[in-house]
Design a protein around this ligand. Structure first.
Ligand code: ATP
Ligand code: MG
Length: 418
C-alpha cells in the first residue's frame, strides 16, 4: 500500500458544520481527550457532513483501547465483539460506537482466497485510515481544533464528486467483495461518480460476491433498498450485473418483461419517497416486490397443476424462497411477512362478507395495500380493487357493514388470477 500523505484542513479550509454533530458525540470525544487520548469523529459522519447531509450515526475512532475506554465511561460503556473488540457508549437514547485504531497490513489479517476473514490488530491512525474502503470514508475530524485529517485524499475526491477506493480496486474488491455493493450504495446515496476503472473492476470481480455469506449479502441488499435513492441504485446494479448476483431469477424476468420491470421502478420510487418524507420502511416490502417477479410464474405453474388458489400461493411462495436461498439469506420472520403480503393480494379479491374485516385488520394490510396500488399501475383490471380498498379505509364501521353484507353485493366466485 502507498505511503500515507496526510493533508490537514484547518477551520478556514473546510465547511464542516460543527453544530450538526450530536452533542453526546462531542461530549464523548471531549471526555476521551480530557483523559489524555486522541479521539476523532470518523467515517460516514464526516463524509455526510461535508456533503451537507444528516449523518445517521456518529462513529468515533480513538487510540484508547476498549479497556481504557471502559475506565473513562464506566457503567455507560460495554465492550462488544470477540474478534475485534469495540466499545459501545450509551448516552441519552443513543449508543455510540467507539473503535480503537486498527492496523491493516495483510500480515496481521487472516486471509482466505484473497478475502479478509478476520483482522483484529490495533494500529496507528494512518493504518486505520488506509484499511478503510473509500477515500471519503477515511476522514478524521478533530472537534477541539476544528481540523480534518485526510490520509487518502478524501476531501479532494468529495469536492470533485468522485467515489474512489483506497488502493487498487481489484485488490480491495477481492479482499472484501461487499465493497462492490457499498460502492453502488454510496454512488446512489451521495451522488459521487464511479470512475471507469472502478466499474470495470466490479464487472471483472462480481462473481467473488458469491463467496460472501448470504446473510451478509442480505444485510447489504437491505441497506441498498433503504439508501434513499434505490431507483438509481437499481439502474447501476443492473448496469454492473450485480442485481443478478442478489436476485438471479427476478433479474432474468425484469430483463424480459417491461411491465414487471416498471413495477419494480414504482416500488423503488415509493420507498425512496417514503424515506424522504420520514415515513417508516420495512425490508419486507421491497423484498416482496422484487421476488413477486418470480412468484407470479411459479404461482401460475402450480395453479395449472390443479391446486386451489390458496394452496398454490403457499406452494409457490415456498418454491421462491427455496430458489432464493443459495443467493441471499432472507430471515424467517421476513419470509413470513412476504408470504402474508402476497396472501393479502389474493384476499383483496374478496370484497364482500366477513373476509373483508379480517383483511382490513390484518397486520400486513398497510404494506399489502401499498403493493396493490403499485400492481394496479401496470394492471388496469385491479382498479376496482384499488377503489374498494381505498374507500373502505375512510368509511365508518356501519357503512362498511352495510356495504359488504348488503343484498346488492356481488357474491360471484372470485378468479384465481393475480
Ligand atoms: P452509512 O453508515 O451511511 O451506511 P458508513 O460509511 O458510516 O455509511 P458503515 O458501514 O457504518 O458505513 O462503516 C463505518 C466506516 O467503517 C466506513 O465509513 C468505513 O470507513 C469503514 N468500513 C465499513 N465497512 C468497510 C469495509 N467493508 N471495508 C473497509 N472499510 C469499511
Ligand atoms: Mg455508519
Amino acid at each position: 500500500m502507498t505511503e500515507p500523505q496526510l493533508i490537514q484542513y484547518e477551520a478556514k479550509q473546510h465547511q464542516l458544520p460543527q453544530q450538526e454533530i450530536a452533542g453526546h458525540a462531542k461530549k464523548i470525544i471531549h471526555l476521551l481527550n480530557q483523559a489524555g487520548y486522541e479521539a476523532y469523529l470518523v467515517g460516514g459522519a464526516v463524509r455526510d457532513l461535508l456533503l451537507g447531509l444528516h449523518p445517521k450515526d456518529f462513529d468515533i475512532a480513538t487510540d484508547a483501547t476498549p479497556e481504557e475506554i471502559k475506565t473513562v465511561f464506566r457503567n455507560k460503556c460495554r465492550i462488544i465483539g470477540r474478534r475485534f473488540r469495540l466499545a459501545h457508549v450509551y448516552m441519552g437514547q443513543t449508543v455510540y460506537e467507539i473503535a480503537t485504531f486498527r492496523g491493516g497490513s495483510s500480515g496481521d489479517m487472516l486471509i482466505k482466497k484473497g478475502q479478509i476473514i478476520r483482522d483484529n490488530v490495533f494500529g496507528t491512525i494512518e493504518e486505520d485510515a488506509l484499511r478503510r474502503d473509500f477515500t471519503c470514508n477515511a476522514l478524521y475530524y478533530n472537534i477541539a481544533t476544528d481540523t480534518i485529517l485526510d490520509y487518502a485524499g478524501g476531501v479532494g475526491d468529495i469536492r470533485q464528486g468522485h467515489l474512489k477506493l483506497i488502493g487498487l480496486p481489484d485488490n480491495r474488491f477481492i479482499e472484501d467483495p461487499v465493497r462492490m455493493l457499498r460502492a453502488v450504495r454510496f454512488h446512489a446515496k451521495l451522488g459521487l461518480n464511479l470512475g471507469d476503472d472502478l466499474k470495470q473492476s466490479i464487472i471483472k470481480n462480481r462473481n467473488s460476491l458469491k463467496n460472501v455469506p448470504t446473510a451478509r449479502l442480505f444485510d447489504e441488499a437491505v441497506k441498498l433498498f433503504h439508501c434513499g435513492n434505490m431507483l438509481h441504485a437499481f439502474d447501476t446494479l443492473m448496469e454492473l450485473n450485480l442485481f443478478d448476483i442478489l436476485f438471479p431469477a427476478a433479474t432474468k424476468i425484469a430483463h424480459a418483461n417491461d411491465d414487471l420491470k416498471s413495477l419494480l421502478y414504482q416500488a423503488f420510487k415509493n420507498t425512496d419517497s417514503r424515506l424522504k418524507n420520514g415515513q417508516s420502511v420495512t425490508p419486507v416490502f421491497l423484498t416482496a416486490c422484487v421476488l413477486w417477479l418470480e412468484f407470479l410464474p411459479a404461482y401460475r405453474h402450480v395453479l395449472s397443476q390443479g391446486k386451489n388458489a390458496h394452496d398454490a400461493l403457499h406452494q409457490a411462495t415456498t418454491l421462491v424462497m427455496e430458489q432464493q436461498r443459495p443467493h441471499l439469506a432472507i430471515p424467517k420472520a421476513l419470509q413470513n411477512g412476504i408470504r402474508q403480503m402476497w396472501l393479502l393480494q389474493l384476499r383483496f379479491k374478496k370484497m364482500y362478507g366477513k373476509p373483508v374485516f379480517s383483511t382490513l385488520h390484518h397486520p400486513r394490510f398497510r404494506a399489502a395495500y401499498d403493493f396493490l396500488l403499485l400492481r394496479a399501475k401496470i394492471k388496469p383490471e385491479l382498479d376496482s380493487q384499488e377503489e374498494f380498498w381505498t374507500n373502505i379505509q375512510n368509511m365508518p364501521p356501519d357503512a362498511i357493514k352495510s356495504m359488504v353484507y348488503g343484498k346488492r353485493v356481488k357474491r360471484k366466485k372470485v378468479s384465481t388470477e393475480l
